[in-house]
Design a protein around this ligand. Sequence first.
Ligand SMILES: *Cc1c(COP(=O)(O)O)cnc(C)c1O
Length: 444
Amino acid sequence: MEKTAASREWVPAELVRFYEEQAENYRALPARDFAGEVARTLAAHERFTDFDCINLYAGTNFMNPRAARFQASSVGSRPSLGYPGDKYETGLAYAEQIEIMAVELIKRIFKCNYVEFRVGSGSLANLYAYMACTKPGDKIMALPASAAGHVTHHAEGAAGLYGLDVHEIPFDGDLMEVDLAKLREKARQLQPKLLILGASLALQPYPVREVRQLADEIGAFLMFDAAHLSGIIAGGEFQQPLAEGAHLMTCSTYKSFGGPAGGLVLTNDSRLAERLDRIAYPGLTANFDLARTAALVVAASDILEFGPAYARACIANARALAAALAGQGLPVHGPVAKGYTLSHHVAVRAAGFGGGTTASRQLEPANILTSGIGLPLPVLENDYNGLRIGTQEITRWGMQPGDMPALAGLIARVLVKSEDPAAVQADVIAMRHHFQSLHFVFPD
Ligand SMILES: *Cc1c(COP(=O)(O)O)cnc(C)c1O
């Protein structure tokens, strides 16, 4: 047999088979047919996820359609190297204004002095932060996967690829909080150069002030990863990591922030800002996508205007959904005395459903989108032990706390009452179709 995709022995055999079956559809497709094929695929995708699904995946959002149109602008294929006012390329006198608008809006929203927006993703934002604060071989401390620490904080991700030596921040699984006493002891011993707070599931604020004190004592930097939280931090309804002492905050711009896929690195420290500036250019970018930046300006202007109300509504929905799910018999995980969550995230213990990914795949044919997540509970062999839900997108579509019991009822029909998801689907679609207009964005 020919050495093609089938020889990728590091990929599970059933996935190689899946790929090969699908790829067969395209191997003989004439060039002129590809664009039509993409058009049909996108239409089906948009119909499903944007119209017929209740999307509770925590790391996504529906972007303001005006931002989406700007993202299709021709400016997206125009490189723009160097500072506004002194570009390498000519012809950018108009386009460079978009960069200035983006920086000014983001500074106002996050009340910070320096913004690096030439960052392709939240993952790369973390790499930029590591490069600004550490050298390969340095020790760092980050939350483990069982506390939803992100792969980019770990050996397999950007931290390890850059050569950092990663150690775990102790986490109290019952309280769902950083174990400060144990962290102090471990950090004094290890003397890491960087401490990272923030994770892919954050049910309540992190002890940023306390960890900053510790960082000062041992001469480390403190980075806050706000990939998921940037939207509710921007709205002022969650902790303010930079004001509380984080040297750096990294963001994804397409999760709760509601903009295009991309990253940000924010700081008030001019030393770090200078390093980040050089890391962005000439370090790791040549062109950055100015059309994406134009979309980011629109998303940021929405957040500047509607951010506080949006963040409050996301959190109110999450708290109402958590309570309603618990009422339906789902094992909701989180600080119970605080109402399960103080963010837009909700977590459910998933061992009883065969795991978080298994549960999310049971919900998918009912048109409810979620995901698995690591919780600080006994690990399962082949699956995440938690199911994660985020309310940011349903909030933008106008759902309110009063709608959460009905939504919890639909989830419970699949996961608790073991109804055939296909039988629940029609009711999910009917509920979804009640919510047709976007909230917390300027009208088009
Ligand atoms: C999603 C996520 C990232 C990565 O963001 P991308 O923009 O998807 O690259 C980084 N950190 C955390 C905690 C995340 O959840």
